[in-house]
Design a protein around this ligand. Structure first.
Ligand code: NAD
Length: 474
């Protein structure tokens, strides 16, 4: 039986061995999940919500253990791991509170109000497949499953094979919170075998990962005519306006760009700063960045951990070298400092023919361009195939004005990414090549349901009503 050896990329230590699932294991997982789902769906939604509310508490109670686990399989710093734990708890509480109402049966408009009544019902899809990436091994494997579960679905999850431990532990904690057996099943393994087996049989596909994989899977979902949500890549811009609260922008920029070692779909990889404030902003941002502490371990003072793997660090180094060869300058950073560590890097003078000018790096690398007007900043910000997140530093009026013109699923005014992400009441997702569908908000749970319109006639039929109308009109 094949196993996956999980290694801490920050230290090289082995942190676990898990059994690698096969396509046959996925078939079996779906059979079990289908059986368990019927009973789970038969419970009232508020009872299902109660389990997820308890789960939020369990997660918060066990936060230290979870932080250790996330860090050990991913290499990230502790503060970035905390974002995951908080996300899972917040999502669970949010949907436990709002999910039952969002999916309840509602009376709807009918053309014949006196003789008919229409009800919109929202039964679950069935078994939802979740395929998750390595960068948030707890949050991205679990948080999207939460609304699916409250809506009455069972979930089969494939975490990235580099980071399966957090999802496996979450399955145990869900059981501890009262989730019945087989309603949430984790199948660690490769995309080619396990991921594909999920895509072949799930009733809804919730995918988070690269745009290239997302497009393939969306085409396959299209073949089966199943619905899906795709949360994909980004090349997220930040605009610093001439009326920006500069000190705050300088202090927040390191978090916006280098959080989670830059392996964050909504982190900032391009900055457009107005010429009037450019010198001060750049000097301050470079200064803060050079003070960042990069390293391994549980010390809360570490600002940035490792990258996920040597191969991923190779890719980052290659993109930065390519930019430097094309004439870019590094204002700070620009080098790897070990197999899996890369310095937080600020580039400038990046020419349009450098690959990272348009391509997502998914590492701690940002470039700055000075612009002469905010129109120019917006034009450059939108000049991308992506449209995931944007950040604007400006007065309230300027910020709102610019936000309206930005082609992005989330716009954070006077912060980098976290406020819009954690505003669970509003939808979050990507424009253009950054995704299809949304997470969060009401849609973030109703997408896991199959609407059914049940209309009942009282005493007459539509044919009868039409005959009556015809006779009157004659
Ligand atoms: P990836 O697409 O390579 O892999 C993501 C997941 O898909 C993994 O579990 C992988 O095993 C699986 N997979 C790969 N090929 C598959 C296939 N043919 N069939 C089924 N499953 C398959 O992505 P990655 O490099 O691990 O993640 C980084 C990317 O994810 C970045 O582009 C990042 O921006 C994006 N991302 C997006 C969001 C978001 O919310 N929009 C969040 C996190 C990451």
């Amino acid at each position: 039986m094949a196993t996956i050896t999980v290694t801490n990329p920050a230290t090289g230590e082995t942190v676990g061995e898990v059994q690698q699932a096969t396509a046959a294991d996925v078939d079996e997982a779906f059979a079990r999940a289908r059986g368990a789902q019927r009973q789970w769906a038969a419970l009232p939604a508020r009872k299902r919500a109660r389990v997820l509310r308890r789960f939020a508490k369990v997660v918060v109670d066990k936060r230290d253990e979870l932080l250790d686990l996330i860090q050990s399989e991913n290499g990230k710093n502790r503060a970035s791991a905390l974002e995951e734990v908080m996300d899972v708890a917040l999502t669970s509480l949010y949907y436990a509170q709002t999910g039952p109402k969002a999916t309840r049966t509602r009376g709807r408009f009918t053309a014949l109000p006196l003789v008919s009544s229409t009800r919109e019902q929202r039964p679950p899809k069935g078994v939802v497949g979740v395929i998750a990436p390595f960068n948030y091994p707890l949050a991205l494997a679990v948080s999207d499953a939460v609304p699916a579960l409250i809506a009455g679905n069972a979930v089969v999850v494939k975490p990235d094979s580099q980071t399966p431990l957090s999802a496996l532990r979450a399955a145990e904690l869900l059981r501890e919170a009262g989730l019945p057996e087989d309603v949430f099943i984790v199948v660690p393994g490769s995309g080619a075998e396990v991921g594909q087996a999920i895509v072949r049989q799930c009733d809804f596909l919730m995918f988070t990962g690269s745009t290239a994989t997302g497009k393939k899977l969306a085409a396959q979902a299209g073949e089966r005519l199943i619905d899906y949500s795709m949360e994909l890549g980004g090349k997220n811009p930040m605009i610093v306006a001439d009326d920006a609260p500069l000190e705050r922008a300088i202090n927040a920029a390191t978090h916006a760009c280098f959080s989670n070692s830059g392996q964050l779909c909504i982190s900032i990889e391009r900055i457009y700063v107005h010429r009037a404030v450019a010198d001060d902003f750049i000097a301050g941002f470079v200064d803060r960045t050079t003070q960042m502490r990069v390293g391994a371990g549980r010390d809360w003072g570490i600002d940035m951990g490792s990258q996920i793997s040597k191969e991923h660090t190779d890719k980052i180094a290659m993109l930065v070298d390519d930019a430097l060869t094309h004439g870019a300058r590094a204002l700070t950073g620009g080098h790897r400092t070990g197999e899996t560590f890369f310095e937080p890097t600020i580039l400038t003078d990046v020419p349009a023919d450098a690959a990272l000018y348009t391509q997502e790096v998914f590492g701690p690398v940002v470039y700055i361009e000075v612009v002469d007007s905010l129109d120019q900043a917006v034009e450059k910000a939108n000049d991308t195939e992506y449209g995931l997140n944007a950040s604007v530093w400006a007065s309230a009026a300027t910020g709102r004005r610019l936000a309206k013109r930005l082609e992005a699923g989330t716009v954070n005014i006077n912060d980098g990414y976290a406020p819009a992400w954690s505003a669970m009441g509003a939808p979050m997702g990507g424009w253009k090549q950054s995704g299809a569908g949304r997470r969060h908000g009401e849609h973030g749970i109703t997408k896991f349901t199959e609407p059914r319109n049940v209309t009942r006639m009282r005493g007459v039929t539509v044919g009868g009503v039409m005959d009556f109308a015809r006779r009157r009109l004659r």
